[in-house]
Design a protein around this ligand. Structure first.
Ligand SMILES: Cc1cc2nc3c(=O)[nH]c(=O)nc-3n(C[C@H](O)[C@H](O)[C@H](O)COP(=O)(O)OP(=O)(O)OC[C@H]3O[C@@H](n4cnc5c(N)ncnc54)[C@H](O)[C@@H]3O)c2cc1C
Ligand code: SF4
Ligand code: SF4
Length: 373
């Protein structure tokens, strides 16, 4: 048989060896399972720990620490995204733990907060996202705000359980002492961390009363990190990897601080908790190679669809579109993939899955297509 590395065809095209299969491929495929809320407890006045149990014969979600799932609850038409809040090796079989914060007027979080939901049936789909621990030995600088505690907790639990050989600073931004949780668990991680390295948990409060008994740091968490750790050389930008998780403004501020300090984008990872207010991504079909990766990770059936025609709304958006109907519409769907803003839950799984940079929330609202419209 011809060796693919050396074979040249008669037209002198060099055929390269196929890449090795991605060992993580299963993690990138989304499984949709039904599950039951098996326990629920309050972590603070507005944040709940929710455990969902899926049936024993369900395909495993295989989430890595840092990834997320989507959860759909009764009465809600669309799911919402939630980060796995526990290291996978610490979860009981078929259980998935989440930290969910109440958003006033929010469909899913208000449903959850409105009584004991233990025993309720939900749909859980995942895993999604690329956020997670890298394999370097650089100092980990983790910065989380609010419910961003979830993904960072999973990451530091995973690092501790595997006794990884790295130092770690975990800065946690909250408003007041009443918003703090997992303090004892963080002290446990400090004690159980690899003995040759250190783990420090640093909560920073932005709205704590001036005359309260809080003697820890105050202000915005990213600015505290800058002033006390970056500017004073406690951490060295040549030897850190940053992991941010939480609300978009906190992440944007933190990324700007680190970029200004000269940290390369490769050393900054983040998981933005986008919500209904964030823009839906747009597909640039001139970059799309129809590899289907985005379709394999979408959490809802109609968010990302094959369209054959669009109605453009005065140049600033699409007012209507026509889906490809097998056996009815032409298979030559010149307009190709389209994201329906009304169905998209802003999980950005498709943006991360696309290997060709063809999907972005920053692209023009009238998507670029193969056939001009
Ligand atoms: C990758 C990813 C991971 C996430 N992980 C978590 C997590 O671990 N824990 C968690 O609690 N959340 C997380 N979120 C946010 C979560 O998906 C929901 O957006 C959030 O729970 C609100 O859902 P809801 O149904 O209650 O509100 P919705 O019904 O979606 O929104 C209701 C209204 O509230 C506004 N709104 C929505 N969110 C906020 C907000 N945060 N602040 C102010 N107003 C808002 C909207 O504009 C809308 O008008 C994550 C988001 C992403 C994208
Ligand atoms: S279109 Fe993309 S961002 Fe929107 S819900 Fe689907 S996968 Fe998520
Ligand atoms: S992942 Fe990107 S290139 Fe592949 S089908 Fe989706 S948009 Fe096209």
């Amino acid at each position: 048989m011809a060796n693919l590395e050396t074979f040249n065809d008669p037209f002198d095209f060099h055929i390269r060896k196929l890449p090795e299969p991605d060992p993580d491929i299963q993690r990138k495929r989304v499984h949709i399972n039904s599950g039951v809320i098996s326990s629920m407890r309050k972590l603070t006045y507005d944040t709940y720990e929710v455990v969902i149990t899926v049936s024993g014969d369900a395909p495993p979600l295989n989430g890595k620490a840092g990834q997320y799932a989507t959860i759909q609850v009764p009465g809600a038409r669309r799911p919402r995204s939630y980060s796995f809040a526990k290291a996978p090796e610490l979860e009981k079989p078929n259980e998935h733990t989440f930290f969910i914060r109440l958003v006033h007027g929010g469909k899913l979080s208000s449903w959850l907060a409105d009584g004991d939901r233990t025993g309720e049936h939900v749909i859980i789909s995942g895993p999604m996202g690329k956020f997670g621990l890298d394999s370097s030995d650089k100092t980990m600088v983790c910065i989380a705000g609010g419910s961003g505690m979830s993904a960072i907790n999973a990451i530091v639990e995973h690092a501790c359980a595997n006794q990884i050989e790295r130092d770690c600073y975990f800065f946690y931004g909250a408003r007041t002492q009443a918003d703090l949780y997992l303090i004892d668990e963080m002290r446990d991680i400090e004690r159980q961390w690899n003995k040759n390295y250190s783990f420090k948990f640093i909560p920073v409060l932005s709205e704590e009363e001036k005359d309260s008994d809080w003697d820890g740091p105050r202000g915005f968490v990213t600015q505290h990190f800058k002033k006390e750790y970056l500017d004073k050389g406690v951490v060295n930008t040549e030897n850190i990897k940053a992991f941010f998780c939480g609300p978009p403004p906190m992440i944007d501020d933190g990324v700007a601080v680190l970029q200004a300090a000269g940290l390369s984008d490769d050393d900054i990872q983040f998981d933005k908790f986008e919500d209904a207010r964030s823009p839906a991504p747009v597909v640039d079909n001139t970059k799309c190679v129809l590899c289907d990766e985005c379709l394999l990770v979408k959490p809802v059936p109609n968010c990302l669809v094959e369209a054959t025609n669009f109605k453009v709304n005065g140049g600033d958006g699409v007012s209507d579109f026509e889906r490809v109907q097998p056996a009815h519409t032409s298979g030559l769907y010149y307009n190709s993939l389209f994201i329906d803003e009304n169905e998209c839950i802003r999980c950005y799984a498709c943006v991360e899955a696309c290997p060709h940079d063809a999907i972005s929330p920053d692209y023009a609202r009238v998507p670029d297509t193969l056939r001009k419209i």
